[in-house]
Write a protein that binds this ligand. Structure first.
Ligand code: 5AD
Ligand code: SF4
Length: 458
């Protein structure tokens, strides 16, 4: 447990988060620890005494942003004694003490399994001026939410497993997050219950590969499989929506599909990264499935779950990807017609097998492929939105819409952003909205019940 015996401090901490949902969850967790240890959080970098970056290593671009931020802080650090700069997250485990060579003004490097030590590390760094590197893995450590310190009061991420044993050849995650470990089911369900009691309506179960929950060798708890866990969480009173990510196509079981179809709280939505539409490239990526297997799983999902929202991740320009391979990716898009696609240019990561592969794709070819892929993906997303016109979506309200005065926004069960006219709605209200138009991938509409009715009750 974190120490509470430390004296109060006047120090203000600015914490900036890069990267995926795991980092968002972990930043909330660190923020909670800091407040309990008498630090104050600030959203303004200029009034901070401590600046922490929670970082991502997935692509070079993500790391470049952090190195550039660190570079801008050399004078800031020098200007006042006792100031502290820290790097948390994946760059901490991928670089460890090498980060201090790149940024000698850095005071602390703390990996994802060592966050309980963050408050103490800040105190020591500010008092002694000594840099600290805390980057070991700890399979028993899982970050929990403090219900009082959620980024959004009605939604929360719950980490159910961490690390990854899949070793896709392009991916740095097995190195930055370590071996796959599942969190005991009772601890997950207890957290879900705690969150629901504090007013959370929607949870997202998080893991690099949630489908192998409970199956990995490092897991302490082998009593539940992922579909069984999903069902347990779906039964927690007060939770209206349960989502999960990320799913690996190889481990997506029939039982999971059936559970998604049967349990009312589980939303009609799945993120199922395919990465590429060519078997040859999938093999080089070590994805362990074929395009035919992927399409069979999508067919099973669509046959079982009405109105399923399917999203994916795709990489263009993996070493050795030919024009023909890329055309197969476009064919796959045409066949699946995703609701949304997250597309990336391949970025070599140090230490991964793909970084040593020959036959790199030239940058211009990567750009052209990315543009062609995005054009098709946006066309499909627009068609999917078009198909929702005239329908009624159940929207969980996130708050007032910034760009549209007199309007609110939230998410449909499928996870589309819906903007609707109205006043006086509260975050976490549930509103039924008739969809009248769409702009890019957002839906626009009007509530079907008169204002003040049908809000919040199940
Ligand atoms: N280059 C480009 N994209 C990558 N991803 C993971 N590693 C890389 C890389 N080296 C993408 C994958 C993954 C998503 C989270 O990021 O598509 O699913
Ligand atoms: Fe990375 Fe592959 Fe694991 Fe996903 S399944 S985290 S892409 S190694």
């Amino acid at each position: 447990m974190e120490t509470l015996k430390n004296p109060p401090t006047e120090k203000k901490v600015f914490l900036e988060t890069f990267g995926c949902q795991s980092n968002v969850l972990e930043s909330d967790h660190v923020a909670g620890l800091l407040v309990r240890n008498h630090f104050t959080l600030t959203g303004k970098m200029e009034e901070a005494d401590v600046i922490l970056f929670n970082t991502c290593s997935i692509r070079q671009h993500a790391e470049d942003k952090v190195f550039s931020r660190l570079g801008q802080l050399v004078d800031w650090k020098r200007d006042k004694e006792g100031r502290v700069i820290g790097v948390l997250g994946c760059m901490a485990t991928s670089y460890k003490d090498h980060l201090l060579e790149r940024a000698p003004h850095l005071d602390m490097v703390v990996g994802p399994d060592q966050y309980l030590k963050v408050p103490q590390a800040i105190r020591e760094a500010s008092q002694s001026g000594q840099s600290q590197v805390l980057a070991d893995f700890d399979p028993l450590y899982f970050p929990e939410n403090d219900p009082r310190r959620l980024s959004q009061p009605h939604k929360a991420f719950i980490e159910i497993m961490k690390g990854c044993d899949k070793f896709c050849t392009f991916c740095v995650v097995p190195f930055t997050r370590g071996r796959e470990v599942s969190r005991p089911a009772e601890s997950i369900v207890a957290e879900a219950e705690r969150l629901a009691r504090s007013g959370v309506k929607e949870v997202m179960l998080l893991g690099q590969n949630v489908n192998s929950y409970g199956l990995s060798p490092g897991s302490k708890d082998k009593t539940l499989t992922f579909d069984q866990l999903l069902e347990e969480v779906g039964r927690v009173p007060g939770l209206e929506r349960v989502r999960f990510m990320t799913s690996h196509p190889l481990d997506l079981s029939d039982e999971l599909v059936e559970t998604m179809a049967r349990v009312p709280a589980v939303c009609e939505s799945i993120h199922l990264p395919v990465q590429c539409g060519s078997d040859k490239v999938l093999k080089r990526m070590n994805r362990k499935y074929s395009v035919a297997h992927y399409l069979e799983r999508v067919g099973k999902l669509r046959a079982s779950i009405k109105d399923l929202f399917i999203t994916t991740d795709l990489i263009v320009g993996f070493p050795g990807e030919s024009d023909g391979d890329f055309r197969r990716t476009l064919d796959l898009l045409e066949e699946v017609r995703y609701d949304a696609v997250y597309s990336f240019k391949y970025s070599p990561r140090l230490g991964t097998p793909a970084a040593r592969m020959l036959d790199p794709v030239p940058e211009e070819a990567k750009d052209a492929r990315l543009a062609a892929l995005n054009e098709k993906a946006w066309k499909h997303a627009a068609e999917k939105c078009e198909a929702r016109l005239g329908r009624v979506e159940e929207v969980l309200v996130d708050g007032p819409a910034d760009k549209t005065p007199g309007a609110f926004y939230g998410k449909s069960r499928q996870n589309r952003t819906v903007v609707f006219k109205g006043q006086g709605y509260r975050t976490g209200d549930r509103v039924r909205v008739r969809i009248e138009s769409h702009k890019v991938a957002n839906l626009y509409g009007t509530p079907v019940e008169p204002q003040g009715k049908g809000r919040g009750e199940k």
